[in-house]
Each structure stands twice: as C-alpha cells, then as structure tokens.
Design a protein around this ligand. Sequence first.
Ligand code: ZN
Length: 112
Amino acid sequence: MMKKLFKCTICGYVAEGDEAPEICPKCNQGKEKFVELSSEDAEKIYASDRTNSIHAEIILLAEKIAELSKEGIEIKLDPMCVAAFEKAKNEAWVIKQRCKAELAGHMSKGKW
Ligand SMILES: [Zn+2]
C-alpha cells in the first residue's frame, strides 16, 4: 500500500505519511499550507525517485571518468594514450550534461 504524499504549496517540499507534517521542514510553514497529492501524482514521484538517483549516480561516474582522463593526459605516456583520454574526457562531459539536462527537465515537470 502506497503512503500518502503531501506537498507544501509554498516551497514544493513533498512529505510522506498518513498526514501532512505540522511544520514544513524546508520553509517552516504550517500544516495548512500542505495539499495531498493525487495517487497519480504520487505514483509519478515514486517512479521518478529511482530514475533521478540513477541520473545522479551516472553524473558522479562521469565526473570520475573526467578526473581519471585528466590524470592520464598529465602522465602523457604516448600520443595515442593522450588522444584516448582526451576523447574519454569529452565523452564524459556529454554524458554528465545530458543527465543534468534530463534532471532539470524532471524538476520543471514535477517528476521529482
Ligand atoms: Zn515548505
């Protein structure tokens, strides 16, 4: 059984529970500022939760690839290696920015 979700109409904070929290943990407004989300909206939030975590994890991995590539470029063993690391660094940038853009899109569509 899915729990109920309540959204703060002032700041957008989403709380999970049987009823709205007494005070919004983000903006300190009272319970009366919360509205219960429809089960359709609640489902959308639960489904996007895992997806957003995956995006966040991929962004971290892409940052790691960029860091490693930079180190490889600095070591400069031979031109082929440097070229491969340059490419990896650029590709990691693309992966990272694509996931970030997707996350930003989710936020603006309330899939958060
Ligand atoms: Zn709030």
